[in-house]
Design a protein around this ligand. Structure first.
Ligand code: ATP
Length: 358
């Protein structure tokens, strides 16, 4: 088991509130990704769970036990650091067995466990080497191996892929997902990389300014972002966001803004200022035949070729709107076009608070 409950957790450094009254439940077996921009408090939160940093408020419970004040080595969690933190003077075998040695596991048992883990991670041929004789990818595996060599209740990982090149990162992402599946253990994983979050997480907690903006499955946070911040953070290029006014006309909820008109759905609503969002992949040139949806009068400014897809940058009013579509995109530079999206792909956020309107 490895469920982690976080209750009203805070950490301030002098006048900076790095983690601001966060509460959440990390379920046993979750692959929870803490995602957010630089400085949002991800590492601070992870280090408090690991016991490397004391909270200034709140509690942490591991399988129901209050571990808020327990020293790191008494917590049944293992941490993988961004720089791997391997002992440079020890061989790979000794690095791997280190956590077992300090827990006084008998030598034979420890050696067998090291062999098992080394085989699992395909590093058995490296056991006699020192960390400086390894590639970045190999070091990363040793760091993961050192974490899984004993079976802790939870694995805590702080950007463990950030030192790898793009190709290796993609491969290692899949290996970590597979490892998580095989171990069935709880993973808490810090990253600022949305692709890592989307591909590996069972749930994503998106942080901003020390607070949780949204927690949900990758599909939930992508398909129904809880705020303008989440909408703008996830997706590449990010969601197009435009100021607009919604209201009702003839029993239909309508929206209008500079260069855009929308008949959204049957119903009524009071007039209010909103931010209207549409993802680049949901915009096209086919206007829905039932007349519902959003329409924008646009001029295509430039088209970028990504190989399998193309991105068109279009001017709508005073904004640049992105359209993403498989190649060949039906948009030509310099042309005036009507861009359209179906109502189910339109997101509305309160203009003031930025929160999603249901
Ligand atoms: P990154 O992705 O850049 O690693 P992060 O989301 O992990 O960022 P944290 O490292 O948790 O962010 O930092 C959160 C905030 O707390 C930042 O404003 C940072 O400057 C501040 N902070 C972190 N550690 C300390 C410290 N030891 N002393 C003072 N301020 C700190």
């Amino acid at each position: 088991m490895g469920s982690i409950r976080i209750e009203g957790l805070s950490r301030t450094f002098k006048n900076v509130t790095a983690v601001d009254d966060i509460s959440m439940d990390i379920r046993d077996g979750d692959f929870l990704v803490l995602l957010g921009p630089s400085g949002c408090g991800k590492t601070t939160l992870l280090r408090m769970i690991a016991g490397l940093l004391e909270p200034t408020g709140g509690r942490i419970l591991l399988d129901g036990d209050d571990i808020t004040s327990a020293p790191a080595k008494r917590r049944d969690v293992a941490m993988v650091f961004q720089n791997y933190a391997l002992y440079p003077h020890l061989s790979v075998a000794k690095n791997l067995s280190f956590p077992l040695r300090i827990r006084k596991v008998p030598k034979a048992e420890s050696a067998a466990r090291v062999d098992e883990v080394a085989n699992q991670l395909d590093i058995a041929h490296l056991l006699d080497r020192k960390p400086k004789e390894l590639s970045g990818g190999q070091r990363q595996r040793v760091a993961v191996g050192r974490a899984i060599v004993r079976s802790p209740k939870a694995f805590l990982m702080d950007e463990p892929l950030s030192n790898l090149d793009a190709k290796l990162r993609t491969a290692t992402r899949r290996e970590l997902t597979e490892l998580h599946r095989r171990l069935g253990a709880t993973f808490v994983y810090v990253t600022h990389d949305q692709v890592e979050a989307m591909t590996m997480a069972t749930r994503i907690a998106l942080l901003d300014n020390g607070r949780i903006e949204q927690i949900g499955t990758p599909e939930q946070v992508y398909d129904a972002p809880a705020s303008v911040f989440v909408a703008g953070f996830l997706g590449s290029p990010p969601m197009n966001l435009m100021p607009a006014t919604v209201g009702s006309s003839g029993g239909v909820v309508v929206a209008s803004g500079r260069g855009l008109e929308a008949d959204l759905w049957p119903g009524r609503c009071d007039e209010r200022a909103v931010t209207l969002g549409v993802r680049p992949e949901h915009l096209g040139t086919t206007v829905p035949s039932d007349g519902f949806g959003v329409r924008m009068e646009a001029r295509v400014e430039s088209v970028e070729n990504l190989g399998s897809e193309q991105i068109a940058y279009c001017r709508v009013g005073d904004r640049t709107i992105c359209v993403r579509a498989p190649r060949p995109i039906q948009l030509t530079e310099g042309r005036d076009v009507t861009l359209a999206a179906a109502p189910e792909h339109v997101h509305l956020f309160d203009a003031e608070t930025g929160r999603r309107l249901e």
